[in-house]
Design a protein around this ligand. Structure first.
Ligand SMILES: [Zn+2]
Length: 184
C-alpha cells in the first residue's frame, strides 16, 4: 500500500495538465459529495490519490484513494459507486477504490474553491483551522460568518444540524438560519 499525503494530492489537484494521470484525476473529481452536491470530492479533500496501473487489460486499471470525512459516513458507499460509474463511463472498466483512514480527514483539506461554493450554497464554510493533532483535535474557534449577509453576529442553535458535520446557526442581523460546516 502506498502512502498519500495531503501535499501530494494537492499538487496533483493543482496540476491541470494532460497526462493520463491528470485526466484520471479529473474523472474522479467529477464525483460529488452526496450530502453536499455542490461540492466535488476533490473540493472536499476526500479525494486523495488516483493511480493508473497495468493489469494486463486494454486500458490501464484505476486505483482511487479516498479518506472519509467523518467516521462511519454513510456517503462513502455512494461515493465508491459513483467513482466506479464515472470511470466506467470514461472508458476504464477496472476500478478499485481504497479507503484510507489515516491521516484523518480535516476541514483544512477543503479547497478554497470548495469553501466558496459552500458559501454560495448557503452553508457557512469552516472558520479557522484544526491545529496539528498531537493530543486530539484542537479547534480554533472564530466567528462564523452568515452566508446571506456576511454578518459575524451569529449564534449556534444546535450543535448537530441536518448532518453530523454541520451545526445549525442563526444570524442575529438578517435573522436567517443557516448550516455551518464545523471545523474538524
Ligand atoms: Zn445574516
Amino acid at each position: 500500500m502506498f502512502v498519500s499525503d495531503p501535499e501530494t494530492a494537492e499538487r496533483r489537484n493543482a496540476a491541470k495538465g494532460n497526462t493520463a494521470q491528470e485526466k484520471a484525476w479529473a474523472v474522479a473529481a467529477t464525483v460529488c459529495d452526496p450530502e453536499i452536491p455542490v461540492l466535488s470530492i476533490a473540493d472536499l479533500g476526500i479525494l486523495r490519490d488516483v493511480q493508473l496501473y497495468d493489469d494486463g487489460g486494454m486500458v490501464p486499471a484505476v486505483q482511487v484513494t479516498i479518506t472519509p470525512t467523518y467516521s462511519g459516513c454513510p456517503a462513502m458507499d455512494a461515493i465508491r459507486d459513483d467513482l466506479t460509474a464515472a470511470f466506467n463511463r470514461a472508458g476504464y472498466p477496472s476500478v478499485r477504490v481504497e479507503l484510507v483512514l489515516s491521516p484523518a480527514w480535516t476541514t483544512d483539506w477543503m479547497s478554497e474553491d470548495g469553501r466558496a461554493k459552500l458559501e454560495q450554497y448557503g452553508i457557512a464554510p469552516p472558520s479557522g483551522h484544526s491545529a496539528v493533532r498531537h493530543t486530539g483535535p484542537v479547534r480554533l474557534a472564530l466567528a462564523v460568518k452568515c452566508p446571506q449577509c456576511s454578518s459575524l453576529n451569529t449564534k449556534e442553535l444546535t450543535r448537530f444540524g441536518s448532518t453530523s458535520c454541520k451545526a445549525l446557526y442563526v444570524c442575529q442581523d438578517c435573522k436567517e438560519p443557516f448550516d455551518y460546516f464545523k471545523v474538524l
